[in-house]
Design a protein around this ligand. Structure first.
Ligand code: HEM
Length: 261
């Protein structure tokens, strides 16, 4: 099945015939399908933007692993986010725009996900009676997208409270409320329970990205046949592995004492 917006994980609703009709030229099911496709496109594009951000973040974090100059470069990367295009633009102007842009992408993604989930459950098509509901060979990743998504949201909130706002402070010296970005990371991951929590969070991100990346590329029309489908699957596996092992590289290196302050 290669139609736009439909992937193997989607719930296929077989709709009964007697549907309420507002536009005589289109059945409510046709109208629902059209707005479902529009939502899936929005969800796909915002999801791909978030994956791009993740790749940028991942390469930024990798600086922590460079011997001798890693910490300096990591702090410099963190600082450059705040001063990018300064003094042409006011300090933090770019960062603020970037944050608003990412927030909008996250909001669009989550809103579309919630609407599609409820529509799939049958609340979106007025007057429709479903004869049968079944999954089309849905993989574990596809069937648990909503749950991995929820874990990601809670993880991001905790992450921002810890590393951006420094409200959650792990192993900070007594009375100290702010430390350099590389110190936030190293102090945190010297504590095994923090490494374990990140491993769970990263597993959720990895599983979510695996199906999300595949699904997004199908939705925007990249899947045109068997060969492109295989290619998209391989790319999804690579991106998912990169997310898990790339993000876990620094925490694990710190946990085993390979990277120290
Ligand atoms: C072990 C993996 C990770 C580490 C060590 C890490 C580290 C950091 C650090 C140190 C900052 C603060 C940078 C600063 O304020 O200068 C940060 C910010 C951030 N991280 Fe992560 N991160 C990790 C994974 C992730 C993941 C998986 C996501 C998303 C799902 C994420 C999303 C963010 C966001 C949204 C920010 C705020 C960026 C901003 O300042 O606007 N991080 N991270």
């Amino acid at each position: 099945m290669y139609d736009v917006g439909m992937t193997t994980g989607d719930r296929v609703l077989v709709v009964a015939t007697q549907l309420t009709t507002r536009d005589p030229s289109r059945t409510p099911h046709q109208r629902a399908a059209r707005s479902t496709v529009a939502r899936k496109v929005l969800m796909s594009i915002s999801g791909l933007i978030i994956v791009l951000f993740l790749m940028m973040h991942l390469f930024g974090n990798a600086k922590l692993l460079i011997p001798n100059v890693g910490f300096e470069e990591f702090d410099e990367y963190s600082h450059s986010l705040r001063t990018f295009l300064y003094p042409i633009l006011p300090e933090k102007f770019f960062l603020t725009l970037f944050r608003l842009f990412m927030l909008a992408a996250a909001f669009i993604h989550i809103e579309a996900a919630i609407k599609l989930t409820f529509r799939n459950k049958g609340s979106g098509v007025s007057g429709a009676r479903y004869l049968k509901q079944r999954y089309l060979a849905g993989s574990f990743a596809a069937r648990t997208m909503i749950w991995s998504g929820i874990i990601i949201v809670f993880g991001v909130i905790a992450h921002l409270l810890q590393f951006t706002c420094e409200i959650i402070r792990v192993s900070y010296p007594e009375g100290v409320t702010t430390v350099a970005p590389h110190e936030r990371v190293v102090l945190a991951f010297q504590t095994p329970v923090v490494v374990a929590a990140y491993a769970v969070w990263m597993l959720a991100v990895c599983i979510h990205v695996y199906h999300g990346f595949y699904s997004a590329l199908c939705t925007i029309g990249a899947r045109t046949g068997a060969y492109s489908e295989k290619l998209i699957k391989v790319c999804s596996v690579i991106v998912a592995f990169l997310v898990f092992f790339g993000f876990m590289a620094a925490p694990l290196s710190i946990a085993i004492g390979l990277v120290t302050l």
